[in-house]
Ligand binder design. Structure first.
Ligand SMILES: Nc1ncnc2c1ncn2[C@@H]1O[C@H](COP(=O)(O)OP(=O)(O)OP(=O)(O)O)[C@@H](O)[C@H]1O
Length: 388
């Protein structure tokens, strides 16, 4: 096994360099581990180049102590997809959260309070696991392709997500928030981009596919507080306000538990958790007028705000007058599915429905095309794990 250290000096609030020089590297050395290289990323895409170089030069399994957010991890996994491994091997990450959102780290080590997050020992839990118990779990990936069927044949672009694959509001937020990164480096840029897009609806059709080895898709029933099996194919007509799927995580920020059942499903099952909000399920909204969109924006804001209350949005149901309750027996506001994949076909007339967000990276579906997302474990013969 070889061991390398990579940190991104510009991610989050730019604290990775001092944390690594003062704490992380001394701690690894104290434990007598031999480090085969310490790398500070110098530009976007650099982390992937470092890992590819290492894979080409050494044939053993690899441990990477990674100081970054989810975006750098995404970059490494996507670089490895262009590497053809001659034999199966493993890459295991010890994560040190230095990014803005750190969705994977906060999901693996759910903080009990903000003090927890600010405690320097909290950031070293994955590293400590590597140095002491060596306990790890495999990562599942969402493999998403956007393709167009044009006269010349089908052209396809593919990306691998470690955390999230989304369309609709979340994809619009990530698309717009990138322009705000320099002026607002913290998570507030996501809130501002959310306000810019909250009244938008997205015209598309979505199809949900079963998990590998299963014949049905599961839907959470808040009245019974359990998932039920849907035997027929699940095809959902738009418009959509929100369409987001996760792998490996129950949250996108430390307190934003958008897919709160992820942990309950365990780490062994290879599945996507999908959260959907469709405005025309609202009892008093029947058309896509501007007035309806403004009215529903208040519902979207309230419902998604429930994710900050320990995932309360999944329990929300409509009363007959359109008000929302967390008890009762009305229609669920959110549709929460557990499945193996999805297909998203946007209407040609709606350009924003063509955006797909994959761990923050944005792909655009070509006109007339679709996005298809499926789960996978290995990437070109390489399995990925994380110390927990
Ligand atoms: N030296 C560098 N200069 C500019 N960009 C860099 C440099 N090193 C890495 N990057 C880029 O920084 C981007 C953001 O990094 P990362 O995702 O790790 O942090 P974040 O966006 O702050 O956190 P999160 O993804 O958790 O929200 C990565 O996509 C990476 O390509």
């Amino acid at each position: 096994m070889s061991l390398i250290v990579i940190y991104n000096p510009v991610c989050g609030h730019g604290t990775a360099k001092s944390l690594f020089e003062e704490k992380v590297i001394p701690l690894i050395k104290e434990q007598g581990k031999q480090i085969h290289g310490v790398f500070e990323t110098a530009h976007a895409g650099h982390s992937g180049e470092i890992v590819l170089d290492h894979l080409r030069s050494f044939s053993q399994d690899l441990t990477i102590v990674l100081g970054s957010g989810d975006g750098t991890l995404h970059e490494i996994i996507n670089a490895v997809k262009s590497f053809s491994s001659s034999e199966p091997r493993e890459i295991t990450f010890a994560l040190v959260p230095c990014g803005t959102a750190n969705a994977l780290y906060y999901s693996l080590f759910p903080p009990t309070s903000q003090e927890d997050v600010n405690d320097s020992a909290y950031a070293l839990r994955s590293l400590t696991s590597f140095l002491s118990s060596n306990k790890s779990i495999p990562l599942t990936f969402a493999l998403t392709s956007v393709s167009s069927a044009d006269g010349e044949g089908v052209s396809t672009e593919t990306s691998i997500s470690v955390v999230v694959a989304s369309t609709s509001l979340h994809a619009s937020i990530l698309h717009d928030s990138e322009a705000l990164r320099e002026t607002i480096p913290g998570i507030d840029r996501f809130k501002i981009a959310a306000q810019q897009n909250i009244t938008r609806w997205y015209s598309a059709r979505a199809k949900l596919l079963p998990k590998p080895g299963f014949s049905s898709v599961e839907l959470y029933d808040p009245n019974e507080d359990r998932f039920i099996q849907l035997e027929h194919p699940v095809v959902l007509e738009g418009p959509f306000a929100y369409f987001l799927s996760t792998v490996n995580v129950d949250r996108l920020e430390s307190a934003f538990r958008i897919t709160p059942f992820h942990r309950a499903s365990g780490t062994v099952t290879q599945s996507l958790e999908v959260v959907i909000l469709r405005p025309l399920r609202h009892p008093n909204i029947n058309d896509p007028s501007d007035q309806s969109k403004t009215q529903f924006a208040a519902t979207s804001g309230f419902v998604l705000g429930g994710a900050y209350r320990d995932g309360a949005h999944v329990r929300m149901r409509y009363n007959e007058d359109g008000s929302i309750t967390e008890d009762g027996h009305g229609e669920s506001v959110i549709e929460y599915y557990r499945c193996g994949g999805w297909e998203w076909s946007p209407e040609a007339s709606d350009p924003t429905a063509h955006l797909v967000c994959l761990d923050g990276a944005i792909l655009k579906i070509p006109p007339g095309g679709t996005a298809s997302c499926n789960t996978t474990r290995a990437v070109d013969g390489i399995e990925f794990l994380v110390f927990t």
